[in-house]
Design a protein around this ligand. Structure first.
Ligand code: GTP
Length: 157
């Protein structure tokens, strides 16, 4: 397990084991790849981030991952891979998020993208992201760094 602080100095525990913190987590985050590029969404207040959100009632975390990707980018997932979980201990609550890697089969323009301005495709994730105002705080801790390394090592072809 890896432990570090996030952008707001909250403690984060990250693990690439099989659901180490919660067997039914309430949050999901999906690192998406489409035609050799990273697929992100532009959240209206937070900025650029990989899509994700809360698991709804009567929905599995995997279903939420597929739904959130579609709502926030208009993309249809081809393959969805669970890669790990992280737990953020903020002042008032702790949340547990599943991390996924998804390959995208198609991207269709939508009339609305919920709380986002829709899809953004990036060739590279910038290395100095922690100081880049365009990006969401969600992208500014070691969850991203470790997850991208995990994907590169185990899942990219
Ligand atoms: P709503 O207003 O109900 O959508 O929820 P919220 O703004 O309270 O956020 P949520 O329940 O999603 O998360 C609670 C807190 O956990 C947030 O304020 C963040 O501090 C933290 N948090 C949520 N998601 C992440 C994440 O992906 N990474 C990090 N580092 N912190 C997160």
């Amino acid at each position: 397990m890896k432990t570090f602080n996030d952008y707001y100095n909250n403690k984060v525990n990250l693990s690439f084991e099989d659901h180490p913190f919660d067997s039914s987590p309430k949050h999901v985050w999906v690192i998406c790849r489409y035609k050799g590029k990273w697929l992100l969404t532009k959240h209206l207040s937070r900025g650029l981030e990989f899509p994700g959100g809360k698991v709804e009632k009567n929905e599995t975390a995997d279903d939420a991952a597929l739904r959130e990707v579609n709502e926030e980018t208009g993309a249809k997932v081809d393959q969805l891979y669970y890669i790990g979980q992280y737990c953020v201990e903020s002042r008032y609550q702790s949340i547990v998020k599943n991390i996924y890697f998804a390959t995208i089969k198609e991207l269709t323009e939508q009339t609305s993208y919920f709380e986002t301005a829709g899809p953004v495709l990036l060739e590279e994730i910038p290395t100095n992201i922690k100081h880049n105002e365009t990006f969401s705080f969600i992208m500014k801790d070691d969850v991203l760094t470790y997850s991208l390394a995990y994907i590169k090592e185990r899942l990219s072809s």
